[in-house]
Design a protein around this ligand. Structure first.
Ligand code: AMP
Length: 140
């Protein structure tokens, strides 16, 4: 809790689109596995990368196609950002990559788990894209 309060204060002092702020923030988030993937510190099967967005295959796929789209900077979950441009970019890449990987005809599922009730296990915003088979509904 104290840790996240400190991070919030830092994010106000160093806005997240400020390069120094992003680097400082990333250092402080050294325990975040998706930050480490975003910075190339641990390997992943990357599909797409630009300045702000990274997509990579899920390490434990739940469908023939299962990849994740993340912001490179640390955002804990979908509730914790007002950056509508970045959210749009994440969704745009999820849609484009789903089509590129063969989901255009039959579709796919785009999922964002958030916090405890949403079943989020990695505290770094990510969009799951699942495709390649029919998926059941509702979720458990
Ligand atoms: P969630 O439960 O929505 O937070 O999803 C986290 C997802 O991250 C799960 O589907 C995991 O399989 C996936 N995951 C965890 N660690 C890695 C990793 N090192 N590389 C790729 N995917 C990962």
């Amino acid at each position: 809790m104290i840790f996240h309060t400190i991070l919030s204060i830092i994010s106000i002092r160093f806005p997240l689109d400020d390069e120094f702020g992003v680097r400082l923030y990333s250092c402080l988030m050294e325990d975040c596995i998706f930050c480490k993937i975003a910075h190339g510190e641990i390997p992943a099967r990357n599909i797409y990368e630009d300045d702000e967005v990274l997509a990579f295959h899920d390490v434990s796929p739940q469908a023939p196609i299962h990849f994740l789209v993340i912001p490179k900077r640390h955002i804990r979950n979908i509730m914790e950002t007002d950056d509508s441009l970045l959210l749009g970019k994440l969704l745009y890449q999820a849609q484009k990559l789903a089509a590129a990987l063969g989901c255009a005809e039959n579709g796919a599922r785009f999922v964002i788990n958030c916090k405890f009730d949403g079943g989020q296990t990695v505290d770094h915003l990510h969009i799951h894209v699942l495709g390649g088979r029919p998926l059941a509904w509702p979720p458990g």
